[in-house]
Write a protein that binds this ligand. Sequence first.
Ligand code: 7TS
Length: 405
Amino acid sequence: MSFDVQAARAQFPILSRQVNDQPLVYLDSAASAQKPRAVIEAITAAMEGSYANVHRGLHTLANETTEAYEAARESVRRLLNAASGQEIVFTKGATEAINLVAASFGRSLNAGDEIVLSEMEHHANIVPWHFLRESRGAVLKFIPVTDDGRLDMDALHSLLGPRTRMVAVSHMSNVLGTVNPVAEIIAAAHAVGALTLIDGCQAIVHGVVDVQALDADFYVFSGHKLYGPTGIGALYGKTDILKSMPPYQGGGEMIDVVTLKTVTYADPPHRFEAGTPPILEAIGLGAAITWLDGLDRAAVAAHEHALYARVKERLNGANWLTEMGTAPGKGAIFAFNMVGAHAHDVAQVLDRYGIAVRAGTHCAEPLMRRFGVTASARASFALYNTLEEADAFAEALTKTRTFFA
Ligand code: 7TS
């Protein structure tokens, strides 16, 4: 198979719109990706054709909706190559998945237990662990980042020890684009008896993930970056570990028996899915995964790399730009600062040319501090971007420079 970007692009209705009288060039997919017709239509079809609450009824619509919801869980299982659907918990997104693990697993922590994170984490993979520092006296340690945006693996080994209980790192940085050696990190964590959580928000979009091959204990991602809807994501957890964890939230569907004096809990994954879940969103995510299954993911990854390489080639020698993150093998994310201009101003000028990029801290303040900046602008590429768009971005950036030079 190969990848036909125009055919894929045609599946995304929003991409034909104009912004400021220019064709939209959407380079903010790391924040949230646009949605293909398959996703839009799956959600509409559910609402028009078969919709009810899940797991509760004995009537036809309830059963059909339950089947569709559980089929989406099976799609996520397949996407991650998890051993069983029991290992897939639907959450609101990666943020909720990490909060779930921190809150539930975190109850077993004692003062002085150590959690190893990295300097390149999104706040979603920092703040829930700070809660455990505050509430349980956990000690947070951070793997340093090198100047080119890699994790300092020697430092990791010196941070691990008998008190390490959890190592939680991103698979791919949302700012630097670095793809971290997570298999090696997981093996090192296991060697000291620690569990691992991998934040796959960006990696799941750009490559194939196999949680069994990685031997990850937890793996999380958000549906909306994977061409699915907002409000849905997943937590993968190994069966035995999920079974050993107390519930995160209480309510309907997560119980076994409730009396006025006692309560017992359902097995995973339902133990962790209190209340009516995001049913339509799960169905939409299932549709996104099925749609992606129809593409040659290796060819898609090669296309995305070519977009990044094209931007680099076009901006070659531009001494008025500094890129954050130049690690070998990095993904298609280009975070940068323009000399003499604030990233917010750069993003606003690019918008005049119809080009959507993000600017700010990218919810990674410790990383900004590490690189001595308060913000950066970021162009992030998705499968629907074209080489012409990469050229348009580089050209608009060159014009933007004249505003500030
Ligand atoms: N982890 C990583 C690596 C991310 O990139 C993000 C979102 C999250 C966690 C949180 O995901 P959520 O869906 O639960 O919010 N990243 C970004 C971004 O780069 N710009 O906006 C959101």
